[in-house]
Design a protein around this ligand. Structure first.
Ligand code: NAD
Ligand code: UDP
Ligand code: UDP
Length: 312
């Protein structure tokens, strides 16, 4: 049985990962500082004999005994990661150093939740893993983008210098139940606005694109990567290659959730990438992974969650 550390385990993706690891019979240590995560996300696991949670900030060293590490701790929504950008960089960089040091001492396999943001505002489309990206090093998104890029760099330096067993996954926009209702990300914003009968906020003219992956598909990919042969380190893209403009997303949310069907246009945030779509050939070829849940199905599940949470 694996003893697994999940950092950021009370967050959106982390809590779904913990569920799946419990189903597999693993013993889990979840660490979180509850900055964007919530105990409610893991409440149902707290009494499980294989689940333990520890309040800990990843910027500090951690001495525990595990044989697998999923490093997910880091706020993911632009609103949250820009709230305290210096803490965001510290979490990505010092967090990676501490987790790599831990993995090195224990000879544990370690997976990094990296991001499509390492590609910045991409000049090639769709994005392949070999593309080095176009990132503003001094903008408001840099704390996250450069923090995650530095973490990837550390992972590969530990791999080269210490032969560490690493896995680097580049996650593209993912959504689903347990996103924070005030998270600020587009899918949760649109659904919550539609449920409350408020106008949908489109940033810019809404022609920018993203590709949305349902959480169950993403966690499936994460587990496949963690179980992959030692020589497959990644980086590997995970996401749903079907691309939508934000206007199309708003239309779909209104169709599924109902609501007022009115839009309000707001300023486009600084350095907001114009387009994003993963090339997932590598994940398909090596891991046999591809997303299965359609946007309509995923939005229905997510809307049902928010309807219950907000009692609307
Ligand atoms: P989230 O904000 O819901 O979860 C992040 C978790 O990390 C939270 O529980 C938070 O409290 C915790 N955390 C933050 N700083 C910490 C620190 N210093 N010490 C300990 N815990 C800390 O976000 P999420 O969507 O679940 O994202 C999880 C990971 O996946 C992140 O690393 C994120 O960068 C990556 N990712 C997510 C997406 C996405 O679309 N959801 C896309 C790309 C990458
Ligand atoms: N570390 C940790 N837990 C461990 C081992 C290391 O948190 O079990 C942290 C510690 O803060 C250390 C960092 O990981 O500084 C990097 O460890 P490494 O062994 O690579 O380098 P060191 O700084 O110890 O020379
Ligand atoms: N966005 C929007 N309305 C919102 C929130 C976001 O139009 O209420 C846009 C945002 O400008 C971006 C896209 O939706 O172009 C995705 O934003 P999100 O914050 O979800 O993720 P990221 O920009 O990191 O992909």
């Amino acid at each position: 049985m694996h003893r697994v550390l999940v950092t950021g385990g009370s967050g959106f993706l982390g809590s779904h990962l913990c569920d799946r690891l419990i189903e597999r019979g693993n013993d889990i240590l979840c660490i979180d500082n509850f900055f964007t995560g919530s105990k409610i996300n893991i409440k149902h696991l707290l009494k499980h004999p294989n689940f333990e949670v520890m309040r800990h900030d990843l910027t500090q060293p951690l001495y525990v005994e595990v044989n697998r590490i999923f490093n997910l701790a880091c706020p993911a929504s632009p609103v949250h990661y820009q709230h305290d950008p210096i803490q965001t960089t510290k979490t990505s960089v010092l967090g990676a150093i501490n987790m790599l040091g831990l993995a090195k001492r224990l000879r544990a396999r370690i997976l990094q939740a990296s991001t499509s943001e390492v590609y910045g505002d991409p000049e090639i489309h769709p994005q392949v893993e070999g593309y080095w990206g176009q990132v503003n090093p001094i903008g408001v998104r840099s704390c996250y983008d450069e923090g995650k890029r530095c973490a990837e760099s550390l992972f590969f330096d530990y791999y080269r210098k210490w032969s560490l067993d690493i896995k680097v996954m580049r996650i593209f926009n993912t959504y689903g139940p347990r996103m924070h209702p005030n998270d600020g990300r587009v899918v949760s914003n649109f659904i919550v606005q539609a449920l409350r009968g408020e106008p949908i906020t489109i940033f810019g003219d809404g022609t920018q694109t993203r590709s949305f992956c349902y959480v169950d598909d993403m966690i499936d990919g994460m587990l496949r990567l963690m179980d992959a042969p030692v020589e497959f380190t990644g980086p590997v893209n995970f996401g749903n290659p079907i691309e939508f403009t934000m206007l199309e997303l708003a239309e779909t949310v209104i169709k599924i959730v109902g609501g007022k069907a009115s839009l309000t246009f707001k300023a486009l945030p600084q350095d907001d990438p114009k387009q994003r779509q993963p090339d997932i050939s590598l994940a398909k070829q090596v891991l046999g992974w591809e997303p299965r849940v359609s946007l309509d199905e995923g939005l229905k599940e997510t809307a049902a969650y928010f309807r219950q949470l907000l009692r609307v």
